[in-house]
Design a protein around this ligand. Structure first.
Ligand SMILES: [Ca+2]
Ligand SMILES: [Ca+2]
Length: 75
């Protein structure tokens, strides 16, 4: 029984961590070096995949990817 509770606790912790640090958030924060909330072309060069699709991700064409654009983009 104790093992079961421990397993559930671990699962709960794992889920909580996922919600707080979703891969998208982590990836965005990693790329946004100057932390202005947008990924510029210079910053995008760090990630080949993002760079390749930059024009598609940048919906309003201001040559910066906002967090909203980044999150709404589905490859
Ligand atoms: Ca930036
Ligand atoms: Ca944009």
């Amino acid at each position: 029984m104790k093992q079961l509770i421990a397993a559930f606790s671990l699962m709960f912790l794992a889920i909580s961590a996922t919600v707080i640090a979703s891969p998208t958030n982590v990836r965005f924060a990693h790329l946004d070096k100057d932390m202005d909330g947008q990924i510029s072309i210079v910053e995008a060069k760090e990630d080949k995949e993002i760079m390749r699709q930059f024009a598609d991700i940048d919906e309003d064409g201001d040559e910066k990817v906002s967090k909203k654009e980044f999150e709404s983009f589905k490859p």
